[in-house]
Design a protein around this ligand. Structure first.
Ligand code: ES4
Ligand code: ZN
Length: 334
């Protein structure tokens, strides 16, 4: 009980949250009906059955197949607004202070939605929640690595105005990690940075892929942090580099269990990261699919590792320092 209130109170920052992954089964069915979207014939018939099916993913691709079906029910600006508002309202009760929200433009532009419609819906909810709860947000677009380089490059063109004026704050890379290593996207990342030198860069690496994916994301894409990155533990040199260069990993404990990266959270290298001084934050990834929001991830880490208050202070401080919020916001949170 004490632990629950301690972990609720501790100021939390989230850096790895796919907004499409906050689509709860109930809202998925509501929007499908409202928007007249036909779900596949073999799709579960009720939100209860859908929720139950999430226990059976055997890997990342298994999950992504369902996640992309879910994306199809999002049609109107208001759908993205409602989705984002429901996420932010939930985490406002979990001690979340700052969140960096990923969205996948290609999951929507491929269905002929405009990137502005998607962005505006998300942004409207972010602005309202800031006024109501003081939670700060940054929006990061992710490119889908299973799409062609040309499609990724064309998506940057669609986002050009949002990147140039800093409304899109960062670029990430998600979807099926293998067989799409980071170096394939070198030119795309270069082009993005040329649109706006202040654009922040990250990429999913070292969840499915081995530690060379992390090294190549750093060397070829010039990313400032790594999403997941747990397979860094397989290479002491990579661990040393992350610690020395203060490169933060956005670790997603419950995600790693549901997608079978590890059997349970106790198998994650949390203690090793702490011992090696590797900065990391704890995040929810796709909370509607993986069984919990940010606080649930903190609680599961504590249940498995029994960390000290000093450990938690290290984690919370690094999460603030690794955030891409404005400097005065950082100072406020520290
Ligand atoms: C994702 Cl867990 C994960 N990995 C890669 N891409 C994703 N998109 C949404 N969730
Ligand atoms: Zn992710």
């Amino acid at each position: 009980e004490n632990e629950i209130s301690f972990l609720t109170e501790i100021p939390k920052c989230e850096h790895h949250l796919h907004i499409e992954g906050t689509l709860e089964p109930k809202l998925l069915f509501e929007l499908a009906e409202k928007n007249n979207i036909n779900l596949p014939l073999n799709f579960p018939a009720t939100h209860e059955e859908l929720a139950a099916s999430y226990n059976n993913f055997s890997n990342l691709q298994d999950f992504l197949d369902v996640y992309y079906i879910g994306c199809n029910v999002l049609i109107n600006e208001d759908d993205f607004y409602q989705l984002t508002l429901e996420y932010l309202t939930k985490v406002s009760k979990q001690g979340l202070k700052h969140t960096e929200i990923f969205f996948d433009p290609q999951s929507h532009t491929s269905r002929n939605l405009s990137i502005d419609l998607v962005f505006n819906g998300i942004k409207k909810a972010c602005d309202e929640i800031f006024v109501e709860f003081g939670i700060t947000t940054k929006i990061i677009m992710c490119l889908l690595r299973h799409c062609s380089i040309d499609d990724c490059s064309a998506t940057l063109d669609l986002a050009e105005h949002l990147i140039k004026d800093g409304k899109i704050h960062g670029l990430g890379l998600d979807s099926s990690e293998k067989p799409f290593p980071p170096e394939l996207f070198e030119q795309v990342y270069l082009k993005a940075k040329q649109l706006n030198p202040e654009l922040r860069l990250t990429a999913h690496a070292g969840e499915e892929g081995d530690s060379s994916y992390i090294t190549n994301a750093l060397n070829k894409l010039n990313v400032e942090r790594i999403d997941h990155g747990v397979r860094s533990i397989e290479d002491p040199k990579v661990i040393e580099r992350l610690a020395n260069e203060k490169i933060m990993l956005s670790v997603c404990p419950l995600s790693n269990v549901v997608l079978r990266v590890v059997q349970d959270v106790s198998q994650l290298p949390i203690k090793k990261f702490l011992d090696a001084n590797v900065p990391f934050s704890i995040n929810s990834d796709d909370p509607a699919y993986f069984g919990g929001y940010i606080l649930d991830n903190y609680l599961e880490v504590q249940r498995r590792f029994k960390l000290t208050k000093k450990d938690w202070a290290f984690i919370a401080t690094n999460a603030i320092l690794g955030s891409w919020c404005d400097e005065d916001r950082k100072t406020e949170l520290l």
